[in-house]
Ligand binder design. Sequence first.
Ligand SMILES: Cc1cc2nc3c(=O)[nH]c(=O)nc-3n(C[C@H](O)[C@H](O)[C@H](O)COP(=O)(O)O)c2cc1C
Length: 403
Amino acid sequence: MKITRWILGITGGIAAYKTPELVRLLVKQGSEVKVVMTHGAKSFVTPMTLQAVSRNPVYSDLLDEDFEAAMGHIELARWAQGILIAPLSANRLAALAHGMADDLLTTLCLATQAPIWAAPAMNQQMWHHPATQSNIRILQERGIQLLGPEYGEQACQEIGLGRMCEPEAIVANLFNAEKTILEGKHVLISAGPTQEVIDPVRYLSNRSSGKMGFALAKAAQRMGAKVTLIAGPVSLPTPAHVKRLDVTSAQQMYDVVMKEAQHCDIFISAAAVCDFRLLETNNHKIKKSDQHQNLTLNLVANPDILATVAKLPKRPFCVGFAAETENFEHYARQKLLEKELDLVALNDVSNNEIGFDANDNALTVFSHHQKHEITKNSKENVAIKLLEIIGEYYHAKNKTKST
Ligand SMILES: Cc1cc2nc3c(=O)[nH]c(=O)nc-3n(C[C@H](O)[C@H](O)[C@H](O)COP(=O)(O)O)c2cc1C
């Protein structure tokens, strides 16, 4: 879905002087733009200028009795298809990270389902401060997409990281991410771990956080796909406009995937499905006192979801993940061939910076004849790059089929 209804949130940083140009560029892309300014922002750029370039009233007050019967924040939150905050000051960043709702902008960010992008801008010392870095991580974990900041000369005459990205770069990034390569396609994504019951209080599982699968779901939806996300037990918010089905065990994931796979064009198996479950689960808690020195658990293999989907008579385009700690390329290629997949994305999970639960990732994507490197980046950006590759191969395969 191409986003055409944007809220531009402007906060109190010097880079606010660049925002009239930002509005102009968004409008040039065919967007309708409504500007929301914090009180700090008004010291750096005038509402009058932004009203003129956006051709809409500029909003600022949360407690405004006249604005939509004082429910303006909800109206704006529902109206927006995308929210861009540029510049994002250190102060409003802290407020957003901690779920504050003390002005119109932060309140509508809590009230909206629309995706949010933010272009932080501040003095380089402020940017590197542990408080700011911790707030940034919180926003990233919630799926807010960061644009910049950039390195360079600052208004305070220091040189460092903290400049707001230029308006052209922000708009290019927003609309690049809006590529419609998956328009009209139904993409099924599995994400997160599974849990295999041992007894009423214990289970077997793994360290998957689900972040990569959720980032893929969000990006695929923004690239025009209808997305169904089958999630193992994770504590992540559902991306906007994505159908989410929660499961716990590998068997449950298998059942739901097999049902949904009948109707999808592309299946991306990003879940870390437990390979084994207990042959028999215990109805009562296993007591330590009942065991001597060792406890033996009898395990049986779970069904291989991805391999089963790939063998369906009318199979979707199948993409697997290979989370490996050694012999990377060998295991990835083996998975591609043995499971008869279209693509495999190899993940080095021995590296803590990009492995399970990290916010960043780096992938090597294998097709039967080529490989593509996706260098280290946030999981959101890696998801976009991976989907671009998937889209290209998917369209090439379907073109070959129809000619
Ligand atoms: C001249 C001047 C420039 C400033 N530039 C920035 C900036 O670029 N980034 C930032 O985070 N704060 C900056 N500040 C501090 C903010 O304006 C201040 O924290 C303010 O409370 C933020 O308002 P807001 O919460 O409405 O964003 C600047 C202050 C002054 C006086």
